[in-house]
Design a protein around this ligand. Sequence first.
Ligand SMILES: NC(=O)c1ccc[n+]([C@@H]2O[C@H](COP(=O)([O-])OP(=O)(O)OC[C@H]3O[C@@H](n4cnc5c(N)ncnc54)[C@H](O)[C@@H]3O)[C@@H](O)[C@H]2O)c1
Length: 465
Amino acid sequence: MNRKKFLASAGTMAAGFWIVPRHVLGGRGFIAPSDKVNVAGVGVGGMGFSNMKNLGEYANITALCDVDTKYASKCFNTFPKAKTFVDYREMLDKFKGSIDAVVVATPDNTHAVIALDSMKLGKHVYVQKPLTHDIYEARILNQAATKYKVVTQMGNQGHSSNSNIELAEWMDAGVIGTVDKVECWTDRPIWPQGLPYPKEEAPLPEGLTKEGWDLWLGPAQYHPFHPAIYHFKWRGWWPFGTGALGDMACHIIDPAFRALKLGYPTSVEAFSSTFYESDFKAASTPDSCPAASKLVFEFPERNGLPATKLIWTDGGIKFDRPEGLKEDDALGWDGGGVVLHGSKGKAMTGCYGHNTTLVPFEKMKDFKKPLATYPRIPKEDHGGHEQNWIEAIRQNNPALASCPFSYASPLTETILLGNIALRAAKLKGGNKKLLWDGPNMRITNFEPANQFVKREYRAGWSLDI
Ligand SMILES: NC(=O)c1ccc[n+]([C@@H]2O[C@H](COP(=O)([O-])OP(=O)(O)OC[C@H]3O[C@@H](n4cnc5c(N)ncnc54)[C@H](O)[C@@H]3O)[C@@H](O)[C@H]2O)c1
């Protein structure tokens, strides 16, 4: 029996390791080390370290890869049995026979190439949000998941939270009627955006080699190293990150995207802050994401649901307080909020889909929640999202994953379309409502915007499925 089949039978036998009696498996939740999924982590200095800790008990952390050995040292030291690498390609080559699955938690720019290389070897993948840096990459990863029959999960852990799932049940049950407007806000960016790109080159920090920097850049065009674009701060620069929208919308738009079955939008319009380099002189900073933005997405009628407008704001701008929400009531939670305007009422949820409620809050007093129709994920978004992926691998059942690429790709593509609009608006003639042909991945009324659908990879990098 090969390892994939063995894991599947072990998983089926365990019928979910959460419920097997102690005497059968040696304790509630116990899995013999030999039955555990062997996982490799790529990019483990930041969020990847949290992912590894959430998996630690349920998986063998077999190999770890990070281009910055100093930044990743905490993770390396936490899992001393794992073999460590700088180059993920070398790791995949050496460990292809012994790892089952790969977690990708590098900056957005390199998600697609690392995930695809892993899937091509038959490895299951957990890829941090946003799934990819650009729309074309997301489409390819979704196709690859089907082609290579692997279990996939995007790392928007809130998707596994009960409160997020409940919102979908409320909408299915028509609790607030049909929804034609959704408003979303985030408190991001909490990192620098709206700056001129650093001109000078800086020395490489301790722990990062020239080869490591080249891998950090991955398919992005060559840029010399500078600390202003490095750890965490890469978010604010288009060549590597996806700005406030890309960073947070997979958490914040997600509950509405699922509950309203939104699918591809048909248009998007962007509004963003201007930055100045001197008196009355607006700066041209094409590589920098804006300090604040507003986006308006339009979704068409779909299966009896009305056309829906979704409005996104970031950088300190919020939408109007909805009627019925008192002056001291929170307009969302955890640094973000979503209000759904229905024909029979309003619902609100926080970042990650937390604390779903009716508005005004008093309506919750006599509210009877509709029947639970969607499966719940044990431990919700407190490690449950990663562990749900492992359980789907053990049962060799991609459909068991909470947020597989078949859902994560259209969600990410929609969000990244907002970034196309933000960038296109800075081009001559692009400051308008852009019309989107989702199935064919094309802006139909402003050709130059299509350059942002699929970026040009640096020589040596490709996305051949
Ligand atoms: N789900 C969440 O709540 C959540 C929270 C934070 C970050 N994230 C996501 O996780 C990803 C990483 O974000 P972060 O804040 O941890 O960034 P970070 O810059 O702090 O960490 C990224 C890590 O990847 C390493 N790395 C970069 N390129 C690499 C490569 N080619 N090969 C191997 N290692 C490489 C870096 O050295 C670093 O250790 C992003 O996609 C981000 O959106 C998700």
